[in-house]
Design a protein around this ligand. Structure first.
Ligand SMILES: Cc1cc2nc3c(=O)[nH]c(=O)nc-3n(C[C@H](O)[C@H](O)[C@H](O)COP(=O)(O)OP(=O)(O)OC[C@H]3O[C@@H](n4cnc5c(N)ncnc54)[C@H](O)[C@@H]3O)c2cc1C
Length: 161
């Protein structure tokens, strides 16, 4: 890479490759933040009692947990797919963009639902979940906003199909 970077006329190509790596890495970070929030939420749901039972026994809380992990796993698999494409040396701006876009939307949803499971405590800075929620929101903004990912994905799809 060092040698390549010195070749005139290759700068734009190398920049695009850097974006692919950065977007995949950011998708992976979003999966990590979501996983962390999920683990705190599921633990809390077993500890918090309302109406003489843990809130994890309420069907609506269980549905949240089920959906949260389903979305996390979907984002994780999309990220692994983008990683495999990158490792193969193929162009992967489409796959990297899709992984980053989906993971960013997923982590916003998952951290918000995690906060909901914590109820009022979730909003309080005394509990870590507030930080996860704020960090989760960042992913739609940095390393290329979601709107820019949508633009990149659509552009590539229109080239392919
Ligand atoms: C905590 C944090 C850390 C950051 N770290 C870094 C970093 O390490 N390195 C770095 O380079 N930057 C970093 N950034 C900057 C970040 O990448 C930018 O904030 C981001 O790219 C959006 O740019 P902007 O804030 O100028 O928004 P704008 O470009 O003004 O965008 C505003 C809105 O318009 C939309 N928009 C803009 N252009 C288009 C378009 N063509 N089509 C459709 N919609 C469009 C955007 O999606 C967004 O919704 C960081 C930002 C934050 C908050």
């Amino acid at each position: 890479m060092k040698g390549q970077s010195q070749k005139p006329g290759k700068g734009f190509y190398q920049l695009m490759q850097t974006y692919e790596s950065a977007r995949i890495q950011t998708a992976a970070r979003a999966v990590g933040v979501a996983q962390g929030a999920f683990e705190l939420a599921i633990k809390y749901s077993k500890e918090r009692y309302q109406f003489e039972r843990p809130i994890s026994e309420f069907q609506l809380i269980r549905a949240k947990l089920a959906k949260m992990m389903t979305y996390i796993e979907a984002a994780r698999q999309l990220t692994y797919y983008a990683c495999r494409m990158k490792d193969s040396g193929k162009r992967c701006d489409l796959e990297a963009g899709m992984a980053k876009l989906f993971a960013a939307e997923m982590v916003e949803y998952v951290t918000s639902e995690a906060m909901q499971i914590f109820g009022g405590y979730g909003y309080s800075k005394e509990y870590e979940i507030e930080r996860y929620w704020r960090d989760g929101r960042l992913f739609r903004i940095f390393e290329g906003t979601s709107e820019i990912q949508e633009e990149v994905i659509a552009k590539r799809l229109l080239e392919i199909y």
